[in-house]
Design a protein around this ligand. Structure first.
Ligand SMILES: NCCCN[C@H]1CC[C@H](N)CC1
Length: 291
């Protein structure tokens, strides 16, 4: 360990560790589920860390929160009811709120400390909680989905941490089945789907499971996030059987609606990068590309 530096050392990415220079540790706590830390970095603003893994930094969170939200919501006309599993920092809520068609936003986050810490240290991220359409449920997303009536949501966004720890079940088949049940015909789900540089085997399993469960379309997309391991993170975009969804061509472009009363302009997402996000390098296309 180098004094004054935070290194993201984990068995999930052996032999490598992204490091950030630390100015000051702002919060350290232990919730029922994980260790929670916030520090002021020298060049990425404040940083949220769960069990030693970087969840977001003020400087690059836009890339992740905007893409994980706008890729699904801009792929269907008039999303009305949206569910977020995880996402306790509130960033995805801020992005969903850009859509005036949305009438109801449910969020199910297992760890209340993440919500409280985000509201205290990341106000520009937690601003999403201020939207009157938001209902916060503190609990396990797996249990929450079991109680959701069939066909309730137009979109589900699974903003999870990694499959080691509280989020492990969110990468398994029964969970994907419960998401499919909760979606209307032609509804969409977008999940945090790890990096093709680090976790191709996990992604291949997810793709196999999703192809069996979601009879619409199943696509992997990705974005660059400098402070995530390997500098990128992927998303699984799936739609249920019903009105076809062409994820690669946004039918509900938010660029035009940007002038909308939004908390802030989009920093990362736009319709061109939406389409480009589904382009895969050859090694990945062979394994997880469209059949
Ligand atoms: N909204 C916070 C994003 C959480 N996403 C994950 C954090 C941990 C990373 N290794 C993978 C993405």
């Amino acid at each position: 360990v180098i004094p004054g530096w935070f290194s993201e050392i984990s068995s999930m990415w052996p032999g490598e560790a992204h490091s950030l220079k630390v100015e000051k540790i702002l919060f350290q706590g232990k919730s029922e589920y994980q260790n929670v830390m916030v520090f002021q970095s020298s060049t990425y603003g404040k940083v949220l860390v769960l069990d030693g893994v970087i969840q977001l930094t003020e400087r690059d969170e836009c890339a992740y929160q905007e893409m994980i939200t706008q890729l699904p919501l801009c792929s269907i006309p008039n999303p009305k009811k949206v569910l977020v599993i995880g996402g306790g920092d509130g960033g995805v809520l801020r992005e969903i709120a850009r859509h005036s068609s949305v009438e109801k936003i449910d969020i199910c986050e297992i760890d209340k400390m993440v919500v409280d810490v985000s509201k205290q240290y990341f106000p520009d991220v937690a601003v999403g909680y201020e939207d009157p359409r938001v209902t916060l449920h503190i609990g396990d997303g797996v249990a929450f989905l079991k109680k959701v009536p069939e066909g309730t949501y137009d979109a589900v966004i699974v903003d999870s941490s990694d499959p080691i720890g509280p989020a492990q079940e969110l990468f398994e088949k029964p969970f994907f089945q419960s998401v499919a049940k909760a979606l209307r015909p032609g509804g969409v789900v977008c999940t945090q789907a790890e990096s093709i540089w680090l976790h191709m085997d996990i992604i291949e399993d997810i793709v196999v499971n999703c192809r069996q469960i979601f009879k619409g379309s199943v696509n992997y997309a990705w974005t660059t996030v400098p402070t995530y391991p390997s500098g990128m993170i992927g998303f699984m975009l799936c739609s249920t059987e019903g009105p076809p969804v062409d994820f690669k061509h946004p039918v509900n472009p938010i660029d035009e609606k940007e002038c909308q009363k939004s908390v802030r302009p989009l920093k990362f997402y736009n319709s061109e990068i939406h389409t480009a996000a589904f382009c895969l390098p050859s090694f990945a296309k062979r394994k997880i590309g469209p059949k």
